[in-house]
Design a protein around this ligand. Sequence first.
Ligand code: GLN
Length: 540
Amino acid sequence: MAKYIFVTGGVISSLGKGIASASIGKILESRGLKVTIMKCDPYLNVDPGTMNPFQHGEVYVTEDGAETDLDLGHYERFIHAKLTKFNNITTGQVYNTVINRERRGDYLGKTIQVIPHITDEIKNRIKKVGQVSAADIVIVEVGGTVGDIESLPYLEAARQFRLDMGYDNVLYIHLTLVPYIKAADELKTKPSQHSVGTLREIGIQPDILICRTEKPLSDAIKEKISLFCNVRKEAVIECKDAQTIYQIPLDFKFQILDEIILGHFHLICKFSQLEDWEKNVVNKVLSPKERITIALVGKYMSLQDAYKSIYESLIHAGIANDTKVEIRKIDSEELQKQDVKKALDGVSGILVPGGFGYRGIEGKISAIKFARENNIPFLGLCLGMQCAVIEFSRNVCGLKDANSTEFKPNNKNPVIGLLEEQQKVKNLGGTMRLGAYPCRLLKGTLASKLYRKSLIEERHRHRYEFNNKYRGLLEKKGMVFCGIYPKGNLVEIIELKKHPFFVAVQFHPEFKSKPDQAHPLFRGFIKAALDKSKVKVEYK
Ligand code: GLN
């Protein structure tokens, strides 16, 4: 039977519960345990797929095609478990199931209530992850902050979980903030005391506290937290701001957090130091040999979380190339009004990410034109590929009005059009082409050299595709259709013949990159950018 760890957060949001959960997963996995991690999201949306990135940040897609919270991206980057649609539950899903059951008459005349019906459904979903994953340890991150009305049913379910499963099989970890007050030159423990107090009112006494802090926690502070929060002193774990998130598992390990957890569960496991992680990931991030700048031309530049997996993939590719990748964030809508040459001057590579809707599209297209004409390495992702096709059709093939039907429905040259299977789709939630699909690579192309394989699988999230009617014309002008979804003959990857690195893909490689295993396309892109950074360019 699996053991369960609940991770809750207090005081403020954005404390990094996702990274803390992933790091706990990492140190336990390194001890030889099979670990999985799941997230409970207290909002009423069934999934984040219909939310604006400004509201929610990136939507992370799993292999089996679930649109999930971006924290699942952290989990997959830190541990080896393959996550599925079961690993992210939302209040929307929980209520949907319970209400459908009630309408069917399954409850046989009972009054349906938050306790026990909603909490039972939450517990069932958590237990299901334990069963489906066959994991030794299931880490359950509870979204929101303790004290929020909407996360109460999850905390109640977490409280009941220990009753159901037994004391030794369930552990509570609470993440809290220990703020530094500059004027007093002091770290303050009161917010943590209040937050643990609120948890206790709900019936949960945390076993371990992880304290986010700018400054080291002195012994005296740890003692005070221990006393007032009723947590053993050694279980008060410091989580100091780190230069890289990949350092956090090492910091936890240093404070023997893994031993404290294993002790609670009475588990005896093989020893491990995480040396490879330290050497091949953390040290590489902290002391790179080279430095380059990549332009990311997107629509949601002001929100750090909107392109989370892309930023991380660039860091991973930097690790693989011993290079610090600086990112120049360029708002594609602003770029439409700017001098492109000036805005992109000095960058060694240009990346255009995915997105929806016409806003900012012309800025992305002009950045792609600049990359193509000046032999600057270019990587296009999803909408980025569609924009690259539009740019090439307009400026190389002479189809001046080329466009996607997403932006101009009755266009004369729809080089990008709705997927056939999408024609009858009415509801927007969960209906895109989602999850992993195979893709065959054309021999001798840059893509096949980078992957070193002929058949790959990548994750998708789109409704539109390349219009095969235009394939002949674009091919003649130098575009190579080097990755194809065999069943539907869909274009998955394009590249350009006379360019050092111009690759664009219909899928999202950023969801499969790991710190110690950079994605081949990102690795190749950064390598090409590094080569480019060494030559002086005269822009066209
Ligand atoms: N809007 C485009 C489509 O639906 C691209 C989607 C994306 O970039 N994820 O096909």
